[in-house]
Write a protein that binds this ligand. Structure first.
Ligand code: NDP
Length: 331
């Protein structure tokens, strides 16, 4: 952290004067489609944005192979290449990309206040505005065979990857709304969908459950867990265990979709920003404003509903426009 002195004369007015802490107009935390789109717009608006990439530069798309549903790529594009292009586009307008992780924030509560971000390694910077685009992380089962085959037939996004299994047999794990929605989505594309729910009931809404049970090519199995994903380089099957009677069965599939929930990456904002019970940041209606002035949120970190690269990019654009307008309102 940069040097400074603390003035403790009055205990109610404990504060620090920083002689040389860098002051940035707009800091963007996170480097997925939301973060880089925010950077493109902020840079073009002369906000001189700095992007802190986080632990996974490029975000979730870097773990996807082919992206076929982002407009403008008629032949599709692989996720890592798309993220490199988004970064280059942001840099073309003057965005500075720092491969570093923000580990703590101290957010100002009053309009015009200056926020402080503490960077892993000991540095700290000040920001007039912050755009939080830290995303959400899909949960996985944690089996070694599942981890080995991520990108080889194991996916956490049916809308992104389902198309590659057209006409084939696939399985999906989970019993929530996401799993139910993705099972019916896959059923439209694939030959057969085996849906594995670990309890004797689904957590999904009744309407979604009806959609699942009314879809003839979904084979819904309760009390069922994955023991192992079979296959060396690509998914070839699953070993399933019935946790009621401990019977084990192997099925042949080519794709396994994990839909057991996401965890928004918001730990460093706890206690400072308003979140819902699952930890997603709450933004004010039709905007990216959080509950604190000058702090905006875009992408999956504030969206558990759509979670698409294109919707994340859309809210990244909104966040940069909101930040620009906020700074103008201070002038
Ligand atoms: P949820 O947390 O609602 O559901 C997760 C599901 O995965 C549960 O069935 C859970 O089982 C199961 N699960 C968790 N861990 C494991 C594990 N290790 N092995 C097997 N199964 C596991 O997550 P969702 O992503 O489905 O939904 C998140 C939120 O988003 C919800 O509020 C949902 O309503 C909302 N949503 C709404 C949609 C809509 O309205 N169109 C669409 C998608 C999501 P168990 O019940 O046994 O814990």
């Amino acid at each position: 952290m940069k040097k400074g002195i603390e003035l403790k004369g009055n205990p109610l007015h404990l504060f620090k004067i920083n002689f040389d802490m860098e002051r940035i107009k707009t800091v963007i935390v996170g480097s997925g489609p939301a973060g880089y789109t925010a950077a493109i717009y902020a840079a073009r608006a002369d906000l001189k944005p700095v992007v802190y990439t986080g632990m996974e530069p490029g975000g979730q798309l870097t773990t996807t192979t082919e992206v076929d549903n982002f407009p403008g790529y008629p032949e599709g594009v692989d996720g890592p290449s798309m993220m490199v292009q988004l970064q280059q586009q942001a840099e073309r307008f003057g965005t500075e990309v720092r491969i570093a992780h923000v580990e703590k924030v101290d957010l100002a509560k009053e309009k015009g206040g200056i926020h402080t971000l503490y960077i892993q390694g000991g540095d700290a910077v000040e920001a007039e505005t912050i755009i939080i685009s830290t995303g959400a992380t899909a949960k996985y089962l944690g089996l070694p065979s599942e981890q080995k085959l991520r990108g080889g037939g194991v996916s956490a996004c049916a809308v992104c990857d389902g198309f590659f299994y057209k006409g084939q047999d696939v399985a999906i794990v989970g019993g929530g709304d996401t799993a139910a929605e993705e099972a019916t989505y896959l059923a439209n594309i694939c030959n057969k969908v085996t849906m594995l729910v670990r309890k004797g009931e689904m957590r999904a809404s009744k309407a979604m459950q009806h959609r699942v049970t009314n879809t003839p090519n979904i084979d819904l199995r309760y009390f069922s867990e994955v023991d192992e994903v079979l296959g060396d380089a690509v998914v070839e099957g699953l070993r399933i265990r019935n946790n009621q009677n401990n019977t084990v069965e192997e099925i042949s599939i080519t794709g396994l979709f994990i839909a057991i929930g996401h965890k928004p990456n918001t730990d460093i904002f706890k206690g400072q920003l308003e979140m819902d019970e699952a930890g997603y940041l709450i933004t004010k209606s039709k905007s990216t404003h959080t509950n604190l002035p000058g702090v905006f949120a875009s992408g999956d970190v504030q969206d558990k509903e759509y979670r698409q690269a294109i919707t994340a990019a859309g809210t990244g654009c909104m966040a940069a426009l909101d930040a620009e307008r906020y700074l103008q309102s201070l002038a």
